[in-house]
Design a protein around this ligand. Structure first.
Ligand code: R1P
Ligand code: MN
Ligand code: MN
Length: 414
């Protein structure tokens, strides 16, 4: 029995990447700054959480040691937290050119994105006039609102009422290669929003934009607007086969939890299980573990860390989400059989104490366990693709073109 379970804590970086300066992110550290704020009593929230960050299960997998490695602290091995038998831990730098979600996930799945995505400039309007007029004409719209870089929740508060009044969708972007469209689920219509995103997807293809994202919301006033779980990402398909394609081509199943299917444009994903919120996503991931057979992979994305707390720069909220996630981990551990591997990682950072509202270029944690593994330290890997190649070797696939497996370093001696 060899099965692989990869859980992505979306945006859970553990220290600035080697090339963070290129992104203006030198010194960012999602985990480190959350842990420091908690320790200083600055992340207490009445009735929600208080005190030092309490993530004992991830600590037992070596999270603190991975974090020490990621920030170049050579006393990593002297880090106090005891690491469980079979646990492996380390960190990785990203070699993809962007710090966005598709780049991070594709690189984890052993396909780094070495080309440059298209981006929209930090001007108002941000979208080229020719693009906007094509969208307006093809979709039969009275115009668009927004048309600039923005935080999704803030721009809905600003333009939501005007959107309801005029029927103009709210279009915005970020430091990522995205064209995001916020529209009201009933006044504008959810299906109509998805159709509009399909039109825009086609129109932004020549601009090399990674994703068009539908951002539906409900509520009638600035105070009551709320985004719903009906978000949908329209990503371009990875230009090369990923680990997921290699597995499904062999006849194995890849069960994608949450937005994994969307991120891979549904290629190499046998089945998608969506759910709203990290706890329901965890339930879905456990159901995937229950159903996975020999040679299968469960690939889960836990989006709340990023969307609800990282981008919103909510340190206490992020801390509480980590603690809630950590409390569920024993349920995953108890499902592991001999031959299985469970690996926790992230796709980029989104330091909630950082300036702005964008992602941060960070190293990611690689921590995990498996009943048949020896475990140990795997160092700071030069690419996330080492994760994909390790899973490939674990599941008996031939090596791919990118990344180096660390499987032999953590596998039990033959
Ligand atoms: O501010 P919101 O709408 O959450 O958007 C964020 O989510 C997008 C996709 O992950 C990022 O590009 C960032 O803009
Ligand atoms: Mn992400
Ligand atoms: Mn994000």
């Amino acid at each position: 029995m060899a099965r692989a379970f990869v859980f992505v804590l979306d945006s859970f970086g553990i220290g600035a990447a080697a090339d963070a300066a290129r992104f203006g992110d030198e010194g960012s550290n999602t985990f480190g700054h959350i842990a420091a704020a908690c320790a200083a009593g600055q992340a207490d929230r009445e009735g929600v959480r208080a005190g030092p960050l309490n993530v004992p299960n991830m600590a037992a997998l070596g999270l603190a040691k991975a974090a020490a490695l990621a920030v170049g602290d050579i006393s990593a091995n002297a880090a106090p937290a005891a690491v469980a038998q079979n646990a492996f831990y380390g960190a990785a730098d990203e070699i993809s050119s962007g710090k966005d979600t598709p780049s991070g996930h594709w690189e984890i799945a052993a396909f780094p994105v070495r080309f440059d995505w298209g981006y929209f400039p930090e001007t108002t309007p941000t979208f080229p006039a020719s693009l906007t007029s094509a969208i307006v004409a093809e979709a039969g719209l009275p115009g668009i609102l927004g048309d600039r870089h923005a935080s999704g929740t803030e721009i809905i508060a600003e333009f939501g009422e005007e959107h309801i009044r005029t029927g103009k969708p709210i279009c915005y972007t970020s430091a990522d290669s995205v064209f995001q469209i916020a529209a009201h689920e009933t006044h504008f219509g959810l299906e109509r929003l998805y159709e509009l995103c399909g039109i825009v997807r086609r129109l932004v293809d020549p601009l090399n934009i990674g994703r068009v994202i539908a951002r539906p919301f409900i509520g009638e006033t600035q105070q009551t607007f709320e985004r719903t779980a009906n978000r949908r990402d329209f990503a371009v398909p990875p230009p090369e086969p990923t680990l997921l394609d290699r597995l499904t081509a062999r006849g194995n199943r890849v069960i994608g939890i949450g937005k994994i299917g969307d991120i891979f444009a549904h290629r190499g994903v046998s089945e998608t299980r969506k759910a709203a919120g990290n706890m329901a996503l965890f339930d879905a991931a456990l159901s995937g573990m229950d159903d996975a057979r020999d040679g299968d992979m469960v690939f889960a994305n836990f989006i709340d860390f990023d969307t609800l707390f990282g981008h919103r720069r909510d340190v206490a909220g992020y801390a509480e989400a980590l603690e809630a996630f950590d409390r569920r981990l024993p349920e995953a551990f108890s499902r592991l059989r001999r031959g299985d591997i469970l690996l926790l990682t992230a796709d980029h950072g989104c330091d909630p104490s950082w300036k702005g509202t964008d992602h941060t270029r960070e190293r990611i944690p690689i921590i995990g366990t498996g009943p048949g593994l020896r475990g140990g330290e795997i160092g700071v890997r030069s690419t996330f693709a080492d994760i994909g190649e390790t899973i490939a070797e674990h599941l008996g696939l031939a090596p791919g073109r990118h990344g180096t497996s660390f499987y032999k370093a953590i596998a039990a001696d033959a």
